[in-house]
Each structure stands twice: as C-alpha cells, then as structure tokens.
Design a protein. Sequence first.
Length: 601
Amino acid sequence: MKLYNICIAVFAAATLTGCYDLSKSPEGELSTVNPFSSVGEMSSYLDQFYQTGVRNQGYDWGGSYIANGDLNSDNMSNSSVSSRLNGALTLSNATKMTEYTYIRNVNFLINNFNHVANTSSADYKQCVGEAYYFRAWYYFQLFKKYGKLTWVSKPLDPTAEVLNLPRQERTVIADSILADLDKAIANLRQQKSSATMRVHQDVARALKGEVALYEGTWEKYHKQKKDEFFTPGVTDEKISDYLKQCVAACKAVVDRGVWKIYSAGNPLNDYRVIFQTEDLSSNPEVLWFKRYDGNNIGNSVDRYLNQGGGGTGVNASLVDDYLTIDGKPFIGEQVVNAKKTFGEELNPTLRDPRLCQTICMPGQVLRPDQAPYVVPPLTGSGYNKNESGYSLLKFVQIDYKGNLDAEYKGSTPAIQYRYADILLNYAEALAELDGSANAQQIISLLKPLRDRVGMPVINFDREYNTSTDYPFSHLDKYIQVVRRERRVELACEGRRLDDIMRWAAADELIVGKRAIGAMFVGSNLENNAAYGDKLVYDKASGNNLYLTGKAGDTYRYILPINPSGYEKGWAFNVHRDYLLPIQSRMLSLTNGQWTQNPGWE
C-alpha cells in the first residue's frame, strides 16, 4: 500500500481537512508500511476506536453526552431554544463529517489483515470483529445525521474516480452496515459479562438490532408521511425484513440466557443505582460500558447535578408520560391535583417508581455534605440553577467520596448497551410487525423491566391513552404502549431524538410545542419560603422566572426558556430538519455527485 496516496475516506480533501501528511500512516498509528505483523499490533491499533467509537459520559449545555443528550428533545431543556428543534440551523452550521476520518483509519486495518501470520486464532478473530463493529458504528452515526452516504471500504487513493462517487440510497447504506455487523458477530468472542470492557458478540448484536429497527421504522413512518426522506420504491417487504433482522439479533442475545435485568429486591433503588455505579463489570444487565475512575479519567456529571441544578431541567412532557402505580395513564384532574404539592406527582406510591429514581423529589439526598433536597434551585445561577422545576437524579452519584465540585473528577459510568435496550428493541420490532399476534411475547419481554420497580405487567387495554391531547393516541395500542415503555426506561439517556426522527414524529411531538416544567402558580412552589423574594416574574424586565399564561390564571407552569419571540413553540421544519445540511464546500468538490439534503438547497 502506498501510504503517501492515502487520504480521508471517499472525498479526501473535499470532505474534511484534506489529505494527511504524505509521509505518515493513518493518524496516530504505527509507522511501518506493513504494520500489522501480529495480533498485538492490531489490538493496539484498535484501542484508538475505544475513544471515538463510543458514547461518552459527561455534562454540558450542548447535549453532547449521555446524561444530557436529551436536551435536544422533548424530554429535557436548558434556558436556550434548541436550534435543531426550533428549525434555526442554517447551512453555516454544517459541520465536517469527522466520522469519515475514523472510517478511513478502520479501513486501513481491514485492508491490512493479511499481514498477520496466524489468522485462525481467537485473538485474531476478535480484532477482525472489533474492526467491523467500529466501522459499522461510525457509519451509523453518519447515517443518522445525513441519510444517504457513499460507502467506502478501502483507504482509497484520491483519484478522480473516488472523488466522483455519488451518494447511495439509505437502504444500500443500512444493508452495508448490517453486513459489517454480521461479520463482527461471526468473529467476536462470546462473553458473560462486561468485565473486559471491549466489544463482544452480543454488543454487535445489540447494535445490529438498533440499526435494523432504526431503518425499518424510519422507512415505514417517513413513507407513511410521504415526505422527502424515505427511499424511493422501498417496499413493505423490505421494511419488514429490517424489523425481522432486529428481532433475530435481539432474540439471539435473549436466548443465550446470560444477561438479565439487574434487581436486588429494592424497587425504589435498583433502577437508579445502575447509572451511578462506577464499576459495572459484574452487573448482569450491562453488556458494555466505559469506566471513569474520577482520577485518570473522569467526568463532570456530579459537578453539574449534585445540587439539583445543572442549568437544565426535565420537561413535564416526560414526567406526565409515566404511568400510575397501578399501570394506568396519568391524566385528567389527577394530574392537576398531584402537581399542587411539589413532589407529590413523583411519589412512588402514586407513580411508576422509575420516575422518583429519575427526578428528584423532596427528601432526596443528593450529596453527603448537604441537607436533603427540598425544592428545585430556581434561584441559582449557571450550573447551580434548575430551569424547569424537575431536577435530574438519574446519574448523580449520591454517595460519591471524590471531589464533588471539581471538573472531570466524577466517575458516573458511560453505559453503551444494557439488556434493557435489547428487550425494548425486540418488543418494538414485534409490535411493528404484528402487535396483536405478538402481544404475549411483548408482555413477557418487558415484564422484567416492570418487575424490577414493582409495576404491574403490561396490559395493553389498561395502558392505552386515548386522550385527544396525547400525541400517540392515533397509534394502535401495541405500538403506543411499547413506545411509552421505551421513553420511560431510557429517559434522559440521549436516545429520544433518534426515536423522534425515525418515527417521523416531529409534527406530533415538536412542531408548535414548547418545553414546560412544573406547576408554579397554584402549587406550594409559589411564595415558598426557600425562595424568599428572589424569584422575579411578570415584570417588564429583569425576570428570572418565566411562566405560562398570565397574572391571575389559576394554574401557571414554569417555562425553562424566555417565551419572547418563541410564543408559537418549536419551529422544526418537517420538510428539512429530519436530516442535517452538508457543507457547501464539500458539495462543490464532488463535482455534483453529492447533492444537498432536502430543504437545504
């Protein structure tokens, strides 16, 4: 291989930052022309992808980590309108497709496998499997952002031919990703725990199920909407095939009988404890995680969240979607009455106990050196302020002995896949294929999630929300119930935006909606002694709290975002914003082979 001819992915200089230094191997790697003479060298090379090919843990106001990833959805909010949800992105916001850099580096390894002498060992096959897994993962990230792509399987020379490759249809890219994952599954080791913290066979199956479900539902619902984003000519049979691939991948994990939903018999703590335990290597639910030790590698989740602030807040839309403790929709006067006393709507005697393990309720200890949480810190500033009245608890390390207030000193883990993901994907694919015929299997699959927190097993009729203001009241009961279960179990784990996009549900969940928080006027938060006279609202200027409605209304709710100029809610453009724009510079350098995504022309 001529290293001086290797450039980034398909477009070389067009897509990213230009060719690499002509005298160097792929970025940050071994320096010899034929570097992979041993499995050890392959494994060392693969280590780089464990930094960039994972979901990282941390906290900021941009929604770039697991614990705050739902800021770009209807689940959470900070004080600023999400540009994506509000349709405020422009072509100038188009970013470089950095994933193609990593794909090019993976391809360098894949195209040099044959330099290793012993290609039959389990260690060699593990390296092969990891390479195909990471290539699939990087392509999937690009796929979710941009849709149609160009599939590149070699570290290509920057010839005229490769610079003129067109984008391929969604189904071609999805099929290529799934094919890579089949290769990964065929080569990776089976494991019974996440102790190695490396990719294994069931992790690849988990990603395969996720990809297949994503594309199957994307094609189904965008085709139903007759919008610009599904593959022309895609058949119902093709969509069904994706859903069946999801079922098969998830079934293979379930049938092994190795993984199970973690439960120690404490329904008021077992769900929460997973997300704040530093070492999950022996947890039977966690297939793969990235560990932070708070010293050599740490994150700032505790720094942001351990006083109930974070400069963010959970939205009422999510809070209201949890069922009552007897498994019924939380609707009508019951909602209003529960909100009048702050924390009552979160009480596990009234609601699904996952709610009080996700959102702080009065009496919750957040850190060992301070009194229990009483009311949300609405008068704080910066990351000490809560914006909605609902403080996120899920990722807070309550008993953490490290430095709670220092940057990058927390050890909240980054869970990549847990068994709950498998069960939820499996159940959703079955509901999409034929909910009625698969009803009992869906109930059985999701029963462990309910059992852990003491909730009754699924009853599709009892749980079906037919309220006219419920966004999914038009869906059949099987799909609606599974979607709610998914939202609740995966709340605030950074999964929600992907779901909204693949369900083509922005018109129901985003357009014209806004982030709304807890009840203020009409509840005991108003005039609460904890705030004194520090809350200012309904003034001509100088407000530090915004509310729905107007002075004199019986009930008014917290608005995390200043409503000025935002009175009509999110302005997501359903004819454009399901995909991101492509840089104009890149388009000009592909000689017209790449065209802009719909609506961005």
